[in-house]
Design a protein around this ligand. Sequence first.
Ligand code: KIV
Length: 275
Amino acid sequence: MSTPPRQKRFTPADITALKGNRAIVSLTAYTTPIARLLDAHCDMLLVGDSLGMVLYGLETTVGVTMEMMIAHGQAVMRGANRACIIVDLPFGSYQESKEQAFRNAARLMKETGCDGVKLEGGAEMAETVAFLVARGVPVFGHIGLMPQQVNTSGGYRSKGHSDKEQDKIRADAKAIDEAGAFAMVIEGTVEPLAREITGTVGAATIGIGASPACDGQILVSDDMLGLFDDFKPRFVKHFADLAQVISTAAENYASEVQARNFPGPEHTFQIRPKK
Ligand code: KIV
């Protein structure tokens, strides 16, 4: 596959500038063909570490590696030339120190050509975010429900139901904003808090399960395409039913192969007549 010509792409600064003007549209993408299809419709594509669960069948995102993120980041860059492309720093690649975070963020940017990186964490990651931003790495933050912390945070339940939890998420948003994140995902968080944060931070807020009050929205593409008919949490809407489409196509293929109706003459090569 050839690389599309590099046109003017949305930059992280362009994404921040959309705040207050119009809703920001974002989806995850992990492969070249999907990036090609989504690029025209999205301001930002996230090569999310959700790929560990969606593509590789892992239980959580904890097992995702830098090598996986680089391979899929490169694939998405080959398919998109308009949307701002952000690649997730996987679990264990940035939490140890700000130097480790810079090393791995720089590696992601050099080896994929992406426009910035995303990392999960609030106040505890603020120093790291400031360190990266000061050294040329645009950072997309991620607060509220943080899937990389699922083993210590009590699972995938929504956040902000108690005053204590609200105070923490509010402080996390402020810390990441002041550290210079150009945008932040707010995941699985009650609406009033997502609305308040959106109104107080300079960064663009991108909600997933955090209400329409955010500056923009993101979903895992495979979820909104309806690829998993056994997974539909409250915050997901199926905009297509690809699980059904794929299973019907496979069933039709199997019956045509079994009936020897496929391949037909139009799919079959014959020896060319001699000239
Ligand atoms: O990994 C991911 O896909 C994400 C989005 C769901 C925000 O973090």
